[in-house]
Write a protein that binds this ligand. Structure first.
Ligand code: DHE
Length: 519
């Protein structure tokens, strides 16, 4: 009898739920407040879950967003709402999260300071690694599939540790000079300081809502964060305490700009920032003895009539004719070779005399940020992949002439090599039919001499170990792998399972500014 009552009650509940599901109006704002706000924030700026704003969702197709709402996301806390909401309600929600919130959401000093989370006091932790591996031949691997980072022993090719990261890390993590600490940036603006030697997160802060990347000064005392949303460049100290929020506006203080990326220019003791929307390059000195900047060269709220302001932590502008939002430093860091994704024109800008000094004759969409250099017949050459065309442009850095355009299987993202290797490895990640192949370029002859392939899968982004013996590639699939190849024979040595691995970062190559990788 009791069982029968249970069945009747259950049937009644299901009928009611189905009825409620079908009848409930598809008011997306109300649905969001009821079901989503707890994790994604009532203002959609994100909390435990990521921010749900058009800028943050730019890389997710609306149909995919619908599937996530209906089916949830494995290996995360995102539940499936397919049983709770009707198809019409899910459609409405999936559409609504791509709508503008009206104005650029505030994320100023107070919110940044309030977001800081201290995990451990790193001064109390041992100042030596808790593992046996060579700490300079350690690799970090960002695994996007389930938002984790692996720490690999680059000699034994084994995993030392794996830990959960913030949602959607992007750009290269940046190491302190001794290789003990590393700073990660997530697309949602979270900056994490991690102690590699003690395998523990140290401190985190949310520096923006939609962030591009992070840079760390060579002395580890200043951390710079480039943001799209809000339009700010944020400066933090090494413990992620806020130093300064710089609103990014053009020299007249009228037009604001997103910051495409910020990089450390160690020999200049400064950060250099690429701006997306205004034709200026910014240099921000972290040298306390930096020369003062003439008034008018900083933005309006710091304007001082006829006077000078300190150069330290204040932007110095180079005003250009064209926007320059992707660039590559010359070896001595006096010049940047840059392009704009929109105008696709290349230019070389001298940071000392603060003006354009040459044009670059490269078509398509060269990905200069992913370029590498090497010595060739007494000169230094620079080569970069191209996001739009299947080619590598090799440029003589003495006169900026293109020496050769090497045809590849398709448009690609990354190119990597090592001082001790004759070869550079290139992916064709943007090609619909050849994203499964890595091609090998002979740096002496400028010819493609080999390839490795994982049929039908995406194989991209390599990094060499510190000695240039191994090349490690990402099999960028949900059930993917980190594949180790012999750098001379190109034969596979080993593979470790990984969840959609993206970038890999070797401590030695990154901290010693290897010419074969980005910094
Ligand atoms: Fe990146 C670095 C910009 C899409 C993976 N990417 C960078 C950097 C910039 C940049 C400016 C250098 C910052 C640094 O390392 O400090 N990336 C862009 C874009 O503008 C673009 C095309 C579009 C976007 O939405 O941002 C873009 N990037 C991607 C991806 O789709 C990739 C493949 C996967 C992902 O993570 O989103 C991707 N980007 C990477 C990686 C690096 C990177 C792995 C670091 C490379 C390195 O070896 O240092």
């Amino acid at each position: 009898m009791q069982t029968l009552i249970h069945v009747v009650v259950l049937v009644a509940i299901s009928v009611f739920a189905a009825f409620a599901k079908a009848e409930a109006p598809a008011d997306p704002a109300a649905l969001f407040a009821q079901h989503c706000a707890r994790c994604h924030g009532a203002d959609r700026l994100g909390q435990m879950g990521p921010a749900l704003l058009p800028e943050n969702l730019a890389r997710l197709k609306p149909a995919a967003a619908r599937t996530v709402i209906a089916e949830g996301r494995t290996a995360t806390q995102m539940p499936a709402f397919g049983q709770v909401l009707s198809g019409e309600q899910i459609d409405a929600l999936a559409k609504w999260i791509y709508t503008d919130t009206g104005e650029i959401p505030p994320w100023g000093e107070d919110r940044i300071r309030a977001s800081r989370i201290v995990h451990v006091d790193d001064t109390r932790l041992p100042n030596k690694p808790v593992f046996d591996a060579d700490p300079l031949n350690v690799f970090l691997v960002v695994e996007q599939g389930d938002h984790h980072v692996s720490v690999l022993d680059g000699d034994k090719m084994e995993r030392i540790h794996r830990f959960a990261s913030r949602y959607a890390l992007h750009g290269g993590p940046k190491f302190t000079a001794d290789g003990r600490f590393v700073y990660f940036a997530s697309r949602d603006g979270w900056i994490t300081k991690y102690d590699i030697w003690n395998l523990t997160p140290v401190v985190e802060v949310r520096a923006g809502i939609n962030t591009r990347n992070v840079a760390v000064s060579e002395d580890g005392k200043v951390v710079a964060v480039a943001n799209y949303l809000p339009r700010t460049l944020v400066l933090l100290d090494g413990e992620l305490n806020l130093l300064k929020v710089i609103e990014v506006k053009d020299k007249d203080g009228k037009k604001s700009s997103r910051v495409s990326a910020v990089y450390d220019a160690a020999p200049r003791k400064s950060f250099v920032a690429a701006l997306k929307d205004v034709p200026e390059v910014w240099e921000i000195s972290y040298d306390p003895k930096a020369e003062p900047i003439a008034a008018g060269y900083v933005h309006d709220y710091q304007y001082q009539e006829g006077g000078f302001i300190p150069g330290y932590l204040n932007p110095r502008r180079t005003v250009l004719d064209d926007v320059l939002d992707d660039f590559f430093f010359t070896q001595d860091y006096t010049e940047v070779m840059g392009t704009a994704r929109k105008t696709r024109r290349g230019q070389v800008v001298n940071l000392d005399i603060r003006r354009k000094v040459a044009d670059l004759d490269i078509s398509g969409m060269p990905h200069l940020g992913s370029g590498i250099t090497w010595h060739w017949h007494g000169r230094t050459v620079m080569a970069s992949p191209n996001l739009k065309e299947g080619k590598i442009s090799i440029i003589d850095m003495a006169d900026w002439k293109v020496l050769k355009e090497v045809k590849t299987l398709g448009p690609g993202f990354f190119m990597r090599s090592h001082e001790k290797s004759r070869y550079a490895w290139i992916d064709s990640m943007m090609s619909p039919s050849h994203h499964d192949t890595l091609q090998i370029l002979d740096k002496e002859t400028f010819e493609i001499v080999g390839q490795v392939r994982e049929p039908g899968k995406t194989l991209a982004h390599v990094e060499f170990d510190r000695n240039g013996r191994y090349v490690i590639a990402s099999l960028m699939e949900q059930d993917g792998a980190i594949i180790f190849y012999d750098a001379s024979t190109w034969k596979e040595i080993k593979r470790l399972p990984a969840s959609k691995p993206i970038g890999k970062y070797n401590v030695f190559n990154k901290t010693r500014l290897s010419e074969g990788t980005s910094h």
